[in-house]
Write a protein that binds this ligand. Structure first.
Ligand SMILES: C[S@@+](CC[C@H](N)C(=O)[O-])C[C@H]1O[C@@H](n2cnc3c(N)ncnc32)[C@H](O)[C@@H]1O
Length: 753
């Protein structure tokens, strides 16, 4: 879905191949002892040397640099309680082995380094050292919350991976396989001194917790408040510890846990002001706006002077209104998306007349539950998670290459970041797990265990699979993409019609929409909000489809659409038609189509040859365009319409403008000139919606102003609906197009803000 899949590009194929060869070589040493071959000093020195190398990008392509993340063959997370596992020491580890049924206790003895993983050297109770690489926690462990030197940790079922440079280390992919602890029974060598002098009582743990809180060290603060609760605190201290821990959970985006703590408080102190406020906040961030408003209602009634709560109540009410009505201030959203980095908008999700149902042949799909008109809002969804990349950003650490040997896929963009964001979000808020893991994940089988050792089990490889099959590449604003496409010369640049984006996200409702080249809906983006509108009039109970990848530019050899990235080949009417068309006809269409841009360039003022060639292509289509759209024709007709318009030949601009739309499958009445008065211009059937449709309606609008002024505003009305479908909103339409103020034949205001 516009993600940058480069699996077929030779540069990346070579990278992928090398990765697979490395995996094979590594298999040759599988089972050999991972007993340290270097002295501890050498291990530390080599780690520091490696840090310098890791700072550099490792892949260069098309003038861009990337950091590469290699996924190992998928392996499941540990699903056993620690009591059921046996301790292992570093000297007992074997290469390329998952030590099932085992756990290691170790302590970091270096600063951590953050590359494509968080890396540090750890030592065990015997004083042996090994490299540790923790994936999917780079953001979590890379800053103030960092894995500081001396952190004690348990690694469940450690996996020793031989790395590409022949070194080896423990690799942790699943967040739940590593836990950070304050102490562990029986440690002598690794015994932490940090808390040793401290009296082991509830109140001193609470004091420690508050010290960590003040420094923004929320994970440590949570650990200390948990200790407070273990040491049988007085009822007052218990309340304080729970409320403080809830606040730390809120600050760490652990909304489920925050809610649990405040519910605990509210059981005994029903009207605790802090308890109620923190509950309302947790519910807000879990997008449970109705419950958040209910809780705010209680605060407002009992604590009318709490101005902060009143402000938050207004905010939650606004979200609830959006969620229920689908009414948004889109202009404001655009401004916010431009200002915020990342462009995460504080908005509620609206789900309109749609429902998930089984389809006959391609799993589940999304269907209309009521009749809708072209342009109607189906839903406006906040991203479950969104990984943003500013296209002007040249930092290779922000542009990542993901190589997956299991699926033979190479993807450029922010997918790696999205894996981490989603794995973290699920780990911190397991109430969100069921909705996410329900998304399509092909044949990947995951352990069906949701929790172990009171910690949610999140399978990172499942997250990766779901992202690969359900994420959408996205621009900051679809309006910018729309205008970017229109900046091109009047002839359509075939290579630029499909866009690939480096930002990406997962929108769960949108993930149920299947692909069809004959799509009847379109998605648009404002920051992390996806807006899906019907692009045709749809009766109730119609399956909604959109393009995963656009079938345009329609070079016939590209159809049927092979959507290999999603493991299927499209069998829509359009693809079936191409499949059943003879090779010679397809070749003739392609040959003629390729001649036309040259003919136009050679002599723009004599277009007869071009028109004759276009008409010869049209003759090769046996079926009417409203049944089978003629994708290779619409850009040619549109070029003719715009060129004629630029020569002030309005009659021909209208003729070819209408033919452009008809070749996409539109059925339009009352548009021909000379116009029969009192016959309105009307779209009898909407069809494939490309960004050029908006421009085409505007070319018609400008041309009608001369020859049939009564039709101009109707054409502009259709341009507006088409714009709303492509861009997501039409509040910015006047800022983008004007048939009177623009110098262009399509009315685009080139310096539109
Ligand atoms: C994003 S999911 C769409 C929802 C999915 N059908 C489900 O059951 O959850 C993408 C997957 O749906 C299936 N799919 C989508 N469009 C399809 C189509 N036109 N033909 C066959 N399979 C399709 C493919 O298996 C694809 O990998």
């Amino acid at each position: 879905m516009n993600s940058h899949d480069v699996s077929k590009d030779p540069t990346f194929l070579e990278h992928l191949q090398r990765h697979k060869e490395n995996l094979e070589v590594a298999q040759g040493v599988k089972g050999l002892s991972a007993r340290p071959s270097m002295s501890n000093g050498q291990t530390l020195f080599s780690f520091m040397q490696q840090q310098l190398v890791n700072a550099l990008a490792d892949c260069h392509w098309d003038g861009k640099s990337f950091k590469t993340t290699f996924l190992p063959p998928a392996y499941p997370p540990c699903i056993h309680h620690i009591d059921k596992l046996q301790r292992i020491m570093i000297k007992g580890l074997s290469l390329e082995t998952h030590h099932r049924g085992r756990y290691l206790v170790a302590r970091t003895i270096t600063m951590t380094e953050r590359t494509t993983a968080v890396r540090a050297i750890v030592e065990d109770e015997d004083g042996d050292m090994i490299l540790l690489q923790i994936y999917n926690q780079e953001m979590e462990l890379g800053d103030a919350q960092s894995l500081r030197m001396g952190t004690l940790l348990i690694i469940k079922e450690p996996f020793v991976e031989v790395t590409t440079d022949g070194e080896y280390g423990i690799r942790v992919d699943h967040i739940s396989d590593v836990s950070f602890i304050l102490d562990f029974p029986g440690l002598v060598h690794l015994k932490r001194t940090r808390y040793a002098a401290q009296a082991a009582n509830a109140s001193s743990w609470k004091t420690r917790g508050s010290e960590h809180f003040t420094k923004g060290e929320f994970r440590s603060a949570i650990q200390c408040y948990s200790k407070t609760l273990e040491y049988q605190p007085s009822p007052e201290l218990r309340q304080i510890a729970l409320l403080n821990r809830a606040l730390c959970f809120l600050k760490s985006d652990c909304f489920d846990s925050a809610l649990l703590d405040v519910e605990n408080v509210l059981q005994t102190s029903v009207l605790s002001e802090k308890g109620l406020f923190r509950k309302a906040q947790a519910l807000y961030h879990l997008q449970r706006f109705e419950e958040s408003c209910e809780t705010h209602g209680i605060i407002a009634r009992n604590y009318p002077d709490n101005t902060m709560a009143a402000r938050e109540y207004t905010r939650a009410s606004a979200r609830l209104a959006e969620q229920k009505s689908g009414k948004y201030n889109f202009k404001r959203m655009i401004l916010e998306a431009k200002k915020r980095h990342p462009p995460t908008l504080d908005r509620g999700t609206y789900i309109g007349p749609v429902a998930i149902k089984k389809t006959q042949s391609h799993g589940r799909g999304l269907f209309t539950t009521a009749a809708v008109k072209a342009g109607d809002l189906l839903f406006c969804e906040k991203a479950f998670s969104h990984a943003f990349r500013d296209d002007d950003d040249n930092d290779p650490n922000n542009l990542r290459l993901l190589l997956n040997a299991d699926t033979d896929k190479a993807t450029i963009g922010t997918q790696v970041v999205l894996i981490e964001l989603i794995a973290q979000k699920l780990f911190k808020n397991p109430s969100l797990l069921p909705a996410f893991v329900d998304l399509h994940h092909g044949t990947y089988e995951s352990a069906n265990v949701l929790e172990v050792d009171n910690v949610p089990v999140v399978d990172s490889f499942l997250v990766e699979r779901i992202i690969a099959l359900n994420s959408f590449g996205c621009p900051l604003l679809s309006r910018e993409t729309h205008m970017g496409g229109a900046e091109m010369e009047y002839e359509i640049d075939h290579d630029r019609l499909d866009y690939e984006f480096h930002s990406c996200g997962v929108w769960t409702m949108a993930s149920y929409i299947n692909h069809s080249c004959m799509s009847n809906a379109r998605r648009a983006f404002i920051g992390d909000m996806m807006i899906v509108r019907a692009s045709r009039d749809l009766p109730a109970d119609t399956e909604i489809t959109f393009w995963y990848e656009s079938p345009m530019p329609c070079v016939p050899r590209n159809l049927p659409m092979n959507l290999q990235h999603w493991d299927f080949i499209c069998d829509c009417m359009l693809c079936q038609d191409i499949d059943s068309t003879s090779k010679s006809v397809l070749a003739a269409r392609e040959r003629l189509s390729s001649q036309i841009p040259k003919l136009i360039k050679k002599n723009r003022s004599n277009l007869q040859l071009v028109e004759a060639a276009v008409s010869r292509i049209a003759d090769t289509f046996p079926q009417p365009a409203h049944e089978i759209p003629r994708l290779c024709l619409y850009p040619l007709y549109f070029s003719l319409a715009t060129i004629h318009a630029s020569f002030n030949n309005s009659e021909k601009a209208i003729r070819f403008g209408l033919m452009t739309l008809e070749s996409l499958g539109f059925v339009i009445e009352g548009g021909n000139v000379p116009h029969v008065s009192d016959t309105p211009l009307s779209v009898q059937k909407w069809a494939l919606m490309t960004d050029e449709v908006v421009r085409c309606w505007m070319v018609l609008c400008c041309a009608y102003q001369e020859l049939a002024p009564e039709l101009a505003s109707q054409a502009e009305g259709y341009a507006r609906i088409s714009y709303r479908i492509c861009v997501g909103e039409d509040e910015s339409f006047e800022q983008t197009y004007s048939s009177t103020l623009s110098d262009r034949v399509d009315g685009l205001l080139m310096n539109a803000e």
